[in-house]
Ligand binder design. Structure first.
Ligand code: GDP
Length: 181
């Protein structure tokens, strides 16, 4: 089955987003404590695709060796997944582009792994500020890449962007079925 991976810094709102996308209140546990989501979790959605919940990167408060283990984990996941269609990189819309996120996107791009950006916590900013922050990402990414990756503006607390993400995944799944028939 096709696979879609969700990844981002700790506390970016990944568990909340996964809960929103899957209509569950407590499927992926949310927690403010870094390091809680340590293993890779798979969720079967609509019996036709897998949502893969990857561990967060960029914990501020863990040791270098822990960071290395996480990195290895993530690298190994991406090097082996033949079913992976797209990775969704989550970034908190409230912050200016962060180097750790940009570096991770750069790494995905260099390794030929398709990705989209999911901006989270959009309820916390005014539309104009959202626009500015998206544009800031756009400008930086376009310095290196020809196109801006697809992106989604979401809020799990206000249920914003849910259908956009799910429809996009359905569309990709349909395209793949068409091309394999
Ligand atoms: P994770 O560590 O990336 O899985 O992040 P969580 O889903 O546990 O969320 C981290 C914190 O951000 C929690 O306090 C959530 O309540 C909060 N949060 C997550 N999504 C949203 C959102 O869309 N809007 C707002 N305002 N807060 C959010």
């Amino acid at each position: 089955l096709p696979e879609y991976a969700f990844i981002g810094r700790s506390n970016v709102g990944k568990s909340s987003l996964i809960n929103m996308l899957t209509n569950r209140k407590s499927l992926a546990k949310t927690s403010g404590r870094p390091g809680k989501t340590q293993l890779i979790n798979h969720f079967l959605i609509n019996k036709n695709w897998h949502l893969v919940d990857l561990p967060g990167y960029g914990y501020a408060r863990v040791s270098k060796s822990t960071k290395k283990v996480f990195q290895k984990f993530i690298t190994e996941y991406f090097s082996k997944r033949e079913q992976l269609v797209t990775a969704f990189v989550l970034v908190d819309i409230r912050h200016e582009p962060q180097s750790i996120d940009l570096e991770f996107m750069q790494w995905l791009g260099e390794n030929g792994i398709p990705f989209s950006i999911i901006f989270t916590k959009a309820d916390k900013l005014k539309p104009k500020a959202i626009e500015n922050h998206v544009e800031a990402y756009q400008n930086i990414l376009l310095e290196t890449w020809e196109d801006m990756p697809n992106y989604f503006v979401t809020s799990s607390s206000k249920e914003i962007g849910k259908d956009d993400v799910l429809n996009y995944i359905d569309q990709l799944n349909e395209n793949m079925q068409l091309s394999s028939n």
